[in-house]
Ligand binder design. Structure first.
Ligand SMILES: Cc1cc2nc3c(=O)[nH]c(=O)nc-3n(C[C@H](O)[C@H](O)[C@H](O)COP(=O)(O)OP(=O)(O)OC[C@H]3O[C@@H](n4cnc5c(N)ncnc54)[C@H](O)[C@@H]3O)c2cc1C
Length: 809
């Protein structure tokens, strides 16, 4: 065994083997993989090997597409048979909502070049004669679905990696990990020690235990999962003989099951409601290529549906039942990337669909390690999307919810109940008393909208406009015409202090730093000129700053800041040690002025001022800015003052007709003002030139990514963020939710990033990216919303107050 290596990958399942392969592909060949038993000994060996490209997140779908396309290559290069079967797959819908969902999935796939087709139940029956047509309305057929041999694939990755110089040590257990002061690692195994620059946790079923070796409690939980294989069936043999090919795979949403041909038999797996976590606290090291006891009673409800939907199954014996564990993160997506706060430590775990995702996980992680950038938008898989609130018990609740909803629709306006309400601010009870309908983001509860008094505070889930629509319209009117109050604690807040802070930030940010007492907006870029983050920067001293950013990116952004930290500079994540309320609307100044001695007249407190003042008796930092685009203020206080602040403002606002507004109204109001948002319009795959962040780009100073920006400005951006006015279907109006394709001249030319109904302007608006040459004001496009191509006109400027007067009065 080597005593040192550049990288030690811990775990020889399909994911670890893929990481090893991709590292060698990118030229890192001094790499080793350490496996406690044999390759595939975790959850990999007993997997059903199914693979597909479809995913709720198009960026993950793209990586799944990559994975599925990789198998032929590694099979050929390694000489290891992967038993690749590509019969295509049918996603079978039993009701109208599922058909809508399939249409949306098909639409999302279009701009990724995915070739998927909506077919009738009759056509589905012709392709898959085992099904009973009466139970289905139609299906989505995807040619790029199939299955592989899990062991063959893992060995093929390993074989290619070995050919390139990687070494694999089986029967070698990593028992401890110790970091040296220089950030390198001593990997302690039962066969000796390896000194490594980097470690990768691809421990699968034991990823949590590997994490604990370095004091991490990863949000990962294993669930039991069952599939069964029938005896050989005459119907299968007849189909194969008649068509000359295998039956397509089936995904039956109503039955919460998947079904496919296995040899001359059928394989049927379920995601049952009565799901069971496995080893919820600790995975035993003694578990080794074992299966769990089958429990057919648990999956009986799905089997009953299966026997109705595929009657031939009821008459055939069961040859084998497999029950095995595999791991999930709380949202079902993998945990990939560098661990915040731990140098040279990388995650490639919680991969619940290793044969759809393993290749993409390996590719992006290897790029991240070698190039410093994953090269794709892997936001949905970033290990930094969870905070400390994702405890063991939270993970358990969320994973069970996720497993049991695997084949259920999650509507765009749906908030899932598990693990709620866990993380709240002091005004939670006050807002609840005002009939708030709550959502959760990055674990924190935040008000979505306020139900009318006396009515139940709940939102009907739908792809179209919900029961929230009229109430949100009223909230928007309150803001635009009087004054609205909302909670704004759900920003990430950071404080940067210490000698040299200004110089440090200036090097990171595209905009000039504001003067003391002022705020401005800025972007931060990577060296290739991609957007790493988007922040409001408030300066309270020469070397003293508050930064406000997207809350869901708090761990992601703080990892980046810490990775660039300069000597003498202190970077603190403020979390809920600073909470906020925001006043917005023409009456905002009058309300706030009535409770503070500081003069808020524009000449004394102009737009984009940020100062420490008292509000009533409460010490506060008050920024004159709003995301609604109105005259307004964000008032930041220590949490112990937030209730008093709420009461004070609420009372002071009564004469001015104050009302509460929530996140839904905020999203509607910001659309009218053409304000983009992080994770939608601004993401690491876009550049600030494409995203038209011109006002935040000042090329008079040096900053990371500047050369790339200049080069892009010189040649012109390939694509441009665009703003659309959409004409919804008058019979059944629906607005965009994001990821809809944009059509022009009969072809898909771009995609929607986000949108909303702009209540105050009575328009359905959307943002999306287009090839720059098409981004011409006034040009007409079509946006595909739930299977309908709706007219969309490209607008040159915000539909409301394009000159920005409202904010400056
Ligand atoms: C019944 C069933 C059916 C499935 N069907 C499908 C399917 O059809 N399609 C699909 O895509 N996915 C399927 N899966 C899921 C799939 O099995 C997983 O996504 C995949 O195996 C995850 O691979 P992994 O490499 O992350 O983890 P694992 O396979 O668990 O590998 C982790 C490896 O790390 C090793 N290890 C851990 N700790 C250490 C240590 N300290 N030292 C050394 N070695 C260590 C382990 O021994 C193990 O070999 C199924 C799972 C089950 C249970």
């Amino acid at each position: 065994m080597k005593s040192s290596a550049r990288v030690v990958v811990i775990g020889g399942g399909v994911v670890g083997a893929s990481v090893l392969y991709h590292l060698t592909e990118l030229g890192w060949t001094d790499v080793v993989l350490v496996e406690r038993k044999e390759l595939t000994a975790g959850s990999t060996w007993h997997a059903a090997g199914g693979m597909h490209t479809l995913n709720g997140d198009p960026n993950v779908a793209k990586l799944q597409q990559y994975t599925v396309g990789l198998y032929r290559e590694i099979e050929q290069r390694s000489g290891q048979n992967c038993s690749i079967h590509m019969p295509g797959g049918l996603m079978l819908a039993g009701d109208r909502e599922r058909m809508d969902w399939l249409r949306m999935a098909q639409a999302r796939g279009r701009y990724l070049g995915m070739d998927m087709e909506i077919i009738s139940a009759g056509e589905a029956k012709r392709m898959f004669p085992l099904l009973e047509e009466q139970y289905f309305m139609g299906a989505l057929f995807d040619r790029a679905e199939g299955h592989v041999d899990p062991t063959g694939v893992t060995r093929a990755y390993a074989g290619c990696a070995r050919q390139a110089g990687a070494e694999i040590y089986q029967h070698t257990w990593v028992s401890d990990l110790r970091q040296r002061p220089d950030g390198t690692w001593d990997v302690i195994t039962d066969s000796g020690e390896i000194h490594a620059e980097h470690i990768v946790n691809a421990g699968g079923l034991w990823a949590r235990e590997v994490g604990r070796m370095i004091g991490l409690e990863l949000p990962v939980l294993a669930m039991e999962h069952m599939y069964l294989i029938t005896e050989d069936m005459d119907e299968v043999a007849e189909y194969n003989a008649a068509t000359g090919h295998e039956l397509p795979m089936g995904l039956d949403f109503d039955g919460e099951l998947y079904i496919r041909q296995e040899g001359g038999a059928m394989l049927l797996g379920t995601y049952e409601q009565a799901c069971v976590p496995w080893s919820p606290r600790e995975t035993p090291w003694t578990f080794d290529q074992q299966l769990l006891a089958p429990d057919l009673d648990r999956i009986a409800p799905s089997l009953e549906i299966a026997f109705k939907h595929y009657p031939a199954l009821a008459d055939v014996g069961i040859k084998k039942v497999i029950n095995g564990p595999f791991t999930f993160a709380p949202d079902g997506n993998p945990l990939v990337g560098p661990v915040p706060g731990v140098r040279n430590c990388w995650m490639a775990c919680a991969v619940m669909a290793g044969f759809s995702q393993g290749g993409g996980v390996g590719l992006t992680l290897a790029r991240w390690m070698v190039d410093g950038d994953p090269g794709e938008d892997i936001w949905a898989m970033d290990v930094a999307r969870f905070g400390n609130w994702a405890s063991l018990a939270y993970t358990n609740a969320k994973v069970r919810e996720n497993y049991s909803r695997r084949f259920r629709i999650t509507f765009p306006n749906e908030e899932l109940p598990a693990g709620r309400a866990l993380h709240t601010t002091p005004v939670y009870d006050r807002l609840t008393a005002h009939n708030a309908v709550w959502g959760a983001s990055f674990g924190l509860e935040h008000p979505l909208w306020f139900q009318r008094p006396g009515e139940e505070p709940r939102e009907d889930v739908t792809f179209r406009r919900s029961n929230a629509h009229p109430a949100v319209a009223e909230e928007c009117t309150t803001v635009r015409e009087r004054v609205g109050l909302t909670e704004c604690s759900n920003f990430a807040k950071y404080r940067v202090t210490g000698a040299g802070s200004a110089d440090w930030l200036q090097r990171l940010f595209t905009n000039r730093l504001p003067r003391v007492g002022r705020i401005n907006l800025t972007a931060a870029l990577d060296p290739n000129g991609h957007i790493v983050g988007e922040f409001s920067v408030a300066r309270v001293g020469t070397d003293d700053f508050f930064l406000f950013g997207s809350q869901i990116a708090e761990a992601h952004h703080s990892r980046w800041f810490h990775g660039h930290l300069a000597d003498g500079v202190r970077f603190d994540v403020l979390g809920l040690s600073l909470v906020g309320l925001s006043l917005a609307g023409p009456g905002a100044r009058d309300v706030l002025q009535s409770v503070t001695g500081a003069s808020l007249a524009t000449e004394n407190y102009p737009f984009m001022t940020f100062c420490r003042i008292d509000v009533g008796m409460i010490p506060a930092y008050v920024g004159r800015m709003t995301y609604t685009g109105d005259l307004g203020y964000e008032i930041w206080v220590a949490p112990e003052y937030q209730r008093a602040l709420f009461d004070l403002l609420w009372q002071a606002g009564e004469p001015y007709g104050i009302g509460l507004f929530g996140f839904r109204a905020l999203m509607s109001l910001r659309m009218e003002k053409m304000f983009g948002t992080w994770a939608r319009e601004y993401r690491p795959i876009y550049t600030p030139v494409e995203a038209r962040m011109h006002r935040s780009l000042k090329l008079d100073h040096d900053f990371i990514g500047r050369a790339a920006v200049e080069a892009e400005q010189a040649r012109g951006p390939a694509r441009t963020l665009s703003y659309f006015d959409i004409t919804p279907d008058p019979a059944e109006p629906a607005d965009v939710v994001g990821d809809e394709p944009i059509w022009h001249g009969g072809v898909v030319v771009g995609w929607v990033t986000s949108g909303a109904y702009a209540h105050y302007s009575h328009r359905s608006l959307a943002f999306g990216y287009l090839p720059s040459e098409l981004a011409v004001p006034g040009a007409m496009f079509e946006v595909e919303i739930i299977g309908q191509r709706r007219p969309a006109r490209l607008l040159p400027e915000p539909v409301l107050d394009p000159a920005g007067q409202r904010m400056r009065v």
